[in-house]
Design a protein around this ligand. Structure first.
Ligand code: MSP
Length: 636
């Protein structure tokens, strides 16, 4: 297909709570999809959820739901996030779709018939949590090298994909196609891995009794397909049953995080080779976000919640921050200070002010109508028009940050242009009227280019800016057709743009009047005005539901109870509730814990959180829920 652009995100594990890492990949894909659409290319943008596997099955059981109902519910979390982030995917695939399952089975059968899949006796170390096998070499002290949990020795018959056959072909493919794995460092990493490791064959089945929630092997109903084998095929299956035009394969870009590079670069590539299908044109592995220097993890409770950020700062600000702050491909560190800094400096000051000043001056000097310029500002015209080719090339390399640098050069130029030409001085004299017309026209025309180029990054605000300038709908423009200087035209009545990017107030809140605090007789439970906290302070506290799995009194204490809880992940919490509850009363209860409290030792026992309870003269009452909610759910 001429000028086609097919882009994918990984399909996200449906039982994960959507976090900033998921948002990162999907926004990257959205920026590229929007930009390529604007360039007049035919775009197919695919995202979705990975829904098979024993973990999902167990979580469904724990929630008292069928696996189907459970995944129907959970995939909405991702769909909601994509709506909130203004993601324009063309299709959303779920691996439990009938259409997908049929294609996975068809491909498995094809490989089996070709002799690419064989049955073998197998012995290995199995990690139930990760649902994967490890070799003797991988396993230290009988623990999983990935999650650290105990592994068990399993001997059984399984189906193997003869991946080892493709070692040399894969090396040649990567060597002959320099852009097929990016960034360069990741390509070298895969080549290095292939140089030092002989590719083995891949175990692609699990006995049905151990893993029931999966795609049955078409040639042996006693087995289901290994989740990754099922999941990777989504990129191809969606092109057949999720789109009218079935000619999208191969993908132009698969976007993945660095942790899942091998499954894509090695498993997926060799699967396609065995199927004699073309390989994706590009695989791009991006880096990971940490939270103030720490790895994000559910158990620490420091996972950045994108819903919360969107609510507080807006989707555009978050989208901009993620791609402005860190070069795509490297790891990045999230901090609220950095996000607010970007919003206040780049968005509110540089861009928001530029737009509001320009519109205000146009209203004042020309009743909001674009004037007829006396001359063409050649330097500004060349800069504005020239950006298109540059960002086209940079986005082809997924260099989002550099593309933003190029666009920001125009924002900076326009701000300087105002300061140098001082329209308010030009407006004072009849003699400079011609110059004022040129300056105001050029400013508005420059802003039109800014809105066009920034639209893929910040669709909502840039659509508003473009509408204010042209009364047109930016979503339907062809960038090549409209990136010519002068198309704004004279005598155009401009509209309202409102405040594009409000400043985030980081100043301390004013102190309440002293008298209020002094006169209040504070008893417990009565709120004093000085106790009021900002929503931002509250948002720092991560509350979660946790199911008590085990409980025992801490030796030597009549108050402390050591609880083992499931809060999405297993952890230990020590609670001072021993005078009010026996350990037996606690097991099976779903309580609420503070999940991001710094771990502390109580009578020598580490507590990784705090259980919430209310108290009165009669004693304590644990905070519980009035209906069943799975452990690990956020309490807000
Ligand atoms: N289901 C598999 C993918 C199958 S694709 C055929 C999977 N899912 S996932 O939900 O665990 O992860 C999806 C993506 O989120 C991965 O690309 C991963 O790199 C990314 N991230 C998870 N945590 C992240 C950060 N902290 N930062 C950036 N991305 C991160 O793996």
């Amino acid at each position: 297909m001429e000028g086609k652009f097919y882009i994918t995100t990984p399909i996200y594990y449906v039982n994960d709570v959507p976090h900033i890492g998921h948002a990162y990949t999907t926004v990257a894909a959205d920026i590229l999809a929007r930009f390529n659409r604007m360039m007049g290319r035919s775009v197919f943008f695919l995202t979705g959820t990975d829904e098979h596997g024993q973990k999902v099955f167990k979580a469904a059981q724990a929630a008292g739901l069928s696996a189907h109902d459970h995944t129907d519910k959970l995939c909405e979390n991702f769909k909601n996030l994509w709506t909130r982030l203004d993601i324009t995917h063309d299709a959303f695939i779920r691996t439990t779709d009938k259409g997908h399952i049929e294609i996975v089975q068809e491909l498995l059968q094809r490989l089996y018939d070709k002799g690419e899949i064989v049955k073998r006796r197998y012995e290995g170390w199995y990690c139930t949590h990760d649902e994967r096998f490890w070799t003797d070499k991988d396993v230290k002290d009988r623990n999983c090298p990935d999650c650290g949990r105990a592994v068990e020795k399993i001997e059984e018959e399984n189906y193997f994909f003869l991946m080892s056959k493709y070692h040399e072909a894969l090396v040649n493919h990567i060597k002959n196609n320099p852009g097929c794995i990016m960034p360069e460092s990741r390509r070298n990493e895969v080549l290095g891995f292939l140089r030092t490791n002989a590719l083995g064959d891949l175990c692609i089945s699990r006995p049905h009794q151990r893993l029931s929630w999966g795609v049955p092997m078409p040639f042996d109903k006693g087995y289901v397909t290994y989740v990754w084998f099922d999941a990777l095929i989504n990129y191809y299956s969606a092109t057949l049953y999720k789109s009218e035009n079935k000619a999208w394969w191969p993908a132009s870009v698969h976007l993945v995080g660095k942790d899942i590079l091998t499954t894509h670069a090695v498993f997926w590539s060799t699967m396609l080779m065995a199927l004699e299908m073309p390989l994706p044109e590009r695989l791009f592995a991006h880096g990971w976000w940490t939270m103030e220097g720490q790895k994000m993890s559910k158990s620490v409770g420091n996972v950045v919640d994108p819903f919360e950020l969107i609510q507080r700062f807006g989707a555009d600000a978050l989208r901009y921050f993620l791609f402005r702050e860190v070069p795509f491909g490297l790891d990045g560190d999230y901090s609220e200070g950095a996000l607010i800094g970007r919003i206040n400096t780049d968005l509110a000051n540089d861009l928001g002010n530029l737009a509001s000043r320009s519109f205000a001056m146009l209203n004042k000097y020309f009743d909001g109508k674009t004037p007829n310029p006396d001359a063409v500002e050649i330097e500004l015209k060349t800069l504005s028009e020239g950006i298109l080719l540059k960002i086209d090339a940079l986005l082809e390399e997924l260099a989002f940050q550099k593309a933003l640098d190029e666009i920001w050069a125009l924002v900076t130029y326009l701000n300087k242009y105002i300061d140098t030409n001082k329209p308010w001085v030009l407006a004072k004299s009849k003699e400079t009227e011609g110059k004022l017309r040129t300056v105001m026209y050029s400013l508005m025309e420059g802003l039109r280019f800014v809105s066009l180029y920034l639209y893929p990054f910040m669709p909502k605000s840039m659509a508003a800016l473009y509408r204010g300038l042209t009364d047109g709908d930016i979503a339907n423009v062809n960038l090549k057709a409209v990136s010519t200087w002068g198309l704004l035209g004279k005598d155009k009545q401009t509209g309202e743009i409102g405040q594009l990017f409000p400043r985030i107030d980081t100043e301390a809140k004013p102190q309440p009047p002293k008298a209020a605090a002094a006169t209040s007789e504070k008893d417990e439970g009565q709120m004093n005005i000085t106790d009021i906290i900002d929503i931002a302070d509250f948002a720092k506290v991560k509350l979660k539901t946790a199911r008590v799995l085990a409980a025992e009194a801490v030796k030597g204490s009549n108050k402390l109870i050591r609880l083992t809880v499931d809060s999405g992940e297993q952890r230990q919490v020590v609670a001072g509730i021993g005078k009010h509850y026996t350990p037996e009363q606690l097991v099976g209860k779903t309580v609420v814990i503070v999940a991001n409290l710094k771990p502390a030792k109580l009578m020598g026992v580490e507590s990784q959180g705090m259980v919430l309870a209310a108290s009165d003269s009669e004693g304590l009452a644990l905070i519980t829920l009035d209906r069943e909610i799975p452990p690990g759910a956020q309490v807000k």
